[in-house]
Design a protein around this ligand. Structure first.
Ligand code: G
Ligand code: MN
Length: 236
């Protein structure tokens, strides 16, 4: 069974929930969850990955056309490497949105730096095409693995998501707070918006707001929820 959950993102400047990340959840026939780390490689292998993208996109379009979440401005999706390697993907996504009458600025795509490492020029073309089609790109998990500042400089990201590993220590470690504050200022000066991921308590929220964060995602504000539950966050 495939199901799409959504985790709301809180906009600190407007003081409302304004977007959400779509998270695909799969369960086996007894209802036990199967982790994405397990099902994504299998789905890539047996050609089911396109079907999974279709499920996510359909669910998001239903969400926007239902009119049940009037203050929801956009939803972001995560792509697997294999999906990203399909050069027709940006056009296919846009064609589906057009078919459903959903504006492309309601959709964002999250990318990790793995995509850039694989083939930087190809990644740039894919990103530029998405942007040209009206679909903005988030850099996901900034601060982990190979993520580095030169990629922020060289690629057209509109949003940077600071990984939970950078956010978790900010209350106890002065240097961590300084680093996050500097990153928020730096990316803001580069006309990018900054999302803090994995925010779990009030102290972190207060600190991040004081540091000028744009958006907050994390269990403190909202856990991933199903569509019915989501309406509560995006009522007019
Ligand atoms: O890599 P990405 O940022 O897309 O990961 C999203 C995952 O992070 C989801 O599986 C979600 O359940 C999890 N997540 C979201 N908010 C929090 C949080 O506040 N704390 C922790 N530990 N995990 C979170
Ligand atoms: Mn993500």
């Amino acid at each position: 069974m495939a199901k799409v959950n959504y985790q709301p993102l809180y906009c600190c400047h407007k003081d409302i929930f304004c977007s959400a990340e779509a998270l695909l959840r799969l369960s086996d026939k007894d209802g036990a969850p199967i982790s994405p780390e397990r099902f994504i490689p299998i789905a890539e292998e047996n050609g089911m990955i396109e079907e999974l993208t279709a499920i996510v996109l359909e669910d998001i379009c239903d969400l926007f056309t239902s009119g049940k979440c009037p203050t929801l401005q956009s939803v972001s999706i995560n792509l697997s490497m294999k999906q990203f390697l399909n050069p027709a993907l940006p056009r296919e996504i846009r064609a589906y949105l057009d078919e459903r009458g959903v504006s492309p600025d309601h959709l964002k795509v999250e990318m990790t730096e793995r995509f850039i490492l694989h083939d930087a020029e190809y990644a740039r073309r894919q990103m530029e095409e998405l942007e040209a089609l009206g679909i903005s790109v988030y850099m996901d998990d900034f601060g982990t693995g190979y993520s580095n500042l030169s990629n922020v400089l060289r690629f057209p990201f509109s949003f940077i998501k600071l990984d939970r590993s950078l956010i978790s220590p900010i209350e106890d470690n002065k240097h961590a707070a300084t680093m996050v504050g500097s990153l928020i200022k730096l990316f803001g000066d580069m006309d990018k918006r900054v999302v803090a991921e994995g925010v779990e308590n009030e102290g972190q929220v207060a600190l991040l707001r004081a540091l000028g964060i744009d958006m907050i995602q994390g269990f403190y504000y909202a856990r991933p929820t199903d569509k019915a539950e989501l309406e509560k966050y995006f009522k007019a």
